[in-house]
Design a protein around this ligand. Structure first.
Ligand SMILES: Cc1ncc(COP(=O)(O)O)c(C=O)c1O
Length: 404
């Protein structure tokens, strides 16, 4: 197999002279210089992903805004780089994220807050910024904002009761047949409007985020969710912005096709026709996930019964999505001892956490591996470091922003 035949290879990621390179750098050489797990991020790839979404939005024919969802990756050098590009605003979901966004160089008017379980203490911190967009997830949140700052502009997050996610996975579907904690349901809308009116609040933003990781196979379901979400506009005459959330997916496995942004934009154009609103989107994963990888070292290679295990020095606590959501990080040997598939064997790659689910991949075809080899786990740029824990006190890692 040549170095560029792998499903995940692209211009800035692949084998050169038998060594994995990413953003023009030799991955094993970079990792070698650092003790323990290393996340590598490419700012150029993140910028390219952002630019692709911007170009698609320009096709929709409505004014538009992008808020990068920083819950996906809050590495400070990356956030500062993004603020410097001036290509997007930022979506935050907690006062801590708000403070970090401000400290990274985003102004309050470029920040949109959509959170859940928002406390009064949270609200006091959010409401200190009059230019911040705040989308309310509950009727109670509308009331509590109204009690504090009557007359303010607000947004409401609604739950259209329809949604979708990667592989139609119910755990990645935030609005669907099963009731979820997110957003105000249609049958609550009248109460929400009464509450807003009682406090003279103006509802300027309609927001819905209906799931994560959708690809082409899910676009029909996504369109149905968007269409249902937009029906809320009929009762919201003051809305000037419709935020359709994030959730744009990317390939995780061989066979997954990249999301067709042309189709995605055409859905938005079709559904927004005749609606005099600004379109907002808040993708996280699509911007950063394939702009990052986690590089680990092999500690042992051992046959246990009929399974060949390669143990590595980092576990699922550093990148929980494969274990929680079945969103795998493709394992790639950084300096494969062979690129000939005839030499590859099924290998189970296990982390260093005392939990049975701590497996990066099961019986995955890999070249021969030895102690000290580096393995890159691709697509670890989103919801990895940001979601990591110190379980088993193995939460340490280094993050490096490349090509900034
Ligand atoms: C309200 C909201 N917006 C945006 C996002 C970003 O989603 P993604 O990273 O899948 O694009 C999320 C993710 O959970 C979210 O809850």
């Amino acid at each position: 197999m040549s170095g560029q035949d792998f499903w995940w290879a692209r211009d800035d990621l692949g084998f050169k002279s038998g060594r994995l390179t990413f953003a023009g750098q030799d991955v094993a050489a970079l990792a070698q210089a650092i003790e323990g797990p290393v996340f590598l991020y490419s700012s150029r790839r993140a910028a390219a992903n952002l630019t692709r979404v911007r170009e698609a939005l320009a096709q929709v024919g409505r004014p538009w805004k992008i808020y990068y969802a920083m819950k996906a990756n809050r590495s400070e050098p990356l956030l500062k780089a993004m603020a410097g590009w001036g290509l997007c605003g930022i979506d935050v979901c907690s006062p801590g994220e708000l403070d970090l966004a401000l400290a990274s160089g985003f102004s309050a008017s470029a920040i949109s807050f959509t959170g859940t379980g928002v406390s009064n203490r949270d609200l006091d911190r959010l409401l200190a910024h009059p230019d911040l967009t705040i989308n309310c997830d509950t009727v109670g949140m509308i009331r509590r904002i109204g009690e504090r700052v009557p007359g303010r502009a607000i947004g409401i997050r609604v739950n259209p009761g329809r949604g979708t996610g990667y592989g139609d996975n119910a755990r990645l579907t935030y609005a669907g047949e099963a009731v979820t904690k997110f957003g105000i349901y249609r049958e609550q809308l009248a109460e929400a409007l009464v509450m807003a009116r009682a406090h003279n609040l103006t509802i300027r933003t309609l927001h819905f985020h209906v799931g994560c990781g959708y690809l082409g196979a899910q676009l029909e379901a996504w369109e149905a969710a968007v269409a249902t979400g937009l029906t809320f506009l009929d009762d919201l005459p003051d809305v000037t912005t419709v935020n359709v959330g994030g959730g744009l997916g990317l390939p995780h496995r061989a066979g997954d096709q990249p999301l067709d942004l042309g189709r995605w934009a055409a859905i938005l154009a079709r559904r927004l026709e005749g609606r005099d609103v600004t379109l907002a989107v808040e993708p996280g994963d699509y911007i950063v996930k394939d702009a990052g990888m986690l590089v680990l070292s092999v500690t042992d290679v051992e046959l246990k019964r009929d399974a060949l295990f390669a143990f590595v020095d980092g576990g699922f606590n550093l990148a929980p999505e494969p274990a929680y959501y079945d969103l795998p990080c493709e394992p790639v040997a950084c300096v494969p001892r062979s690129l000939d598939p005839a030499d590859w064997r099924p290998v189970t790659i296990a982390g260093n956490i005392n939990e049975a689910l701590d497996l990066w991949a099961e019986r995955h075809p890999m070249p021969p591996l030895g102690e000290g080899d580096r393995i890159a786990l691709l697509n670890a740029g989103g919801y990895s470091a940001a979601m990591s824990s110190n379980h088993c006190m193995r939460g340490g890692f280094t993050e490096i922003l490349l090509d900034d």
